[in-house]
Design a protein around this ligand. Structure first.
Ligand SMILES: Cc1cc2nc3c(=O)[nH]c(=O)nc-3n(C[C@H](O)[C@H](O)[C@H](O)COP(=O)(O)O)c2cc1C
Length: 182
């Protein structure tokens, strides 16, 4: 059984990212995985202040005390990190980027906690258009540098308004991706 952390960077709780996340969870739950889903827009998460004073010997390693403290303990021992975000200006959303920056605190200390450890990663991303080059590069590069194995992605172009994604095959792709997690 894997422990899966989902970092959801969409502010629309019933939007297109949410639909992909829902299907992914459905597939993953069928195999009994432990899932922790964080709706980042509902959380009080500040931007990294670049203090370089984090220390990952603490369960919550950052000097800032905010809702990242709910995320750190789960990222520490998770097997899979799911990055879920709408495409915003050919990138991930600010909610997700801010959270990823704050994960830096898990890298500060004697033993690196964020990198490697056999972790896998996933990207779930809807967008209005189909221009995924920048996002694909960002995601692959992040995973490569953090030593995460890319387990797959669902890039769902052609979806703008809430509900646009309903009935589309990308939802099945998200379900199958969830189901494929070992
Ligand atoms: C601030 C903002 C920026 C966006 N930038 C892009 C973009 O660069 N490319 C694109 O194809 N769609 C873009 N979109 C459209 C969203 O990616 C699309 O509506 C997506 O389905 C929203 O997902 P959600 O329902 O989970 O919020 C943007 C939307 C917003 C609100």
């Amino acid at each position: 059984m894997s422990k899966i952390v989902i970092l959801n960077g969409s502010p629309r709780k019933n939007g297109n990212t949410a639909a992909l996340v829902r299907e992914f969870i459905k597939g993953a739950e069928e195999n009994g995985h432990e899932i922790h889903h964080f709706q980042l827009s509902d959380m009080n998460i500040h931007g990294c202040i670049s203090c370089y004073r984090g220390n990952n010997s603490r369960e919550c390693p950052c000097t800032q005390q905010d809702d990242m403290n709910k995320i750190y303990p789960h990222v520490r021992d998770c097997n899979v990190i799911v990055l879920a975000s709408p495409m915003y200006y050919w990138n991930i959303s600010g909610y997700l980027k801010t959270c990823i920056d704050r994960l830096f605190a898990l890298e500060e200390g004697y033993v690196n906690i964020l990198r490697g450890h056999g972790r896998g990663s996933v990207l779930l991303m809807p967008a209005f258009e189909h221009d995924y080059d920048a996002c694909a590069f960002y995601y692959k590069n992040l995973a490569k540098n953090l030593g995460w194995k890319d387990l797959g992605w669902v890039l769902a172009g052609g979806n703008c308004m809430i509900g646009d994604i309903n009935g589309k095959s990308v939802l099945k792709e998200a379900y199958e991706l969830g189901k494929s997690i070992k």
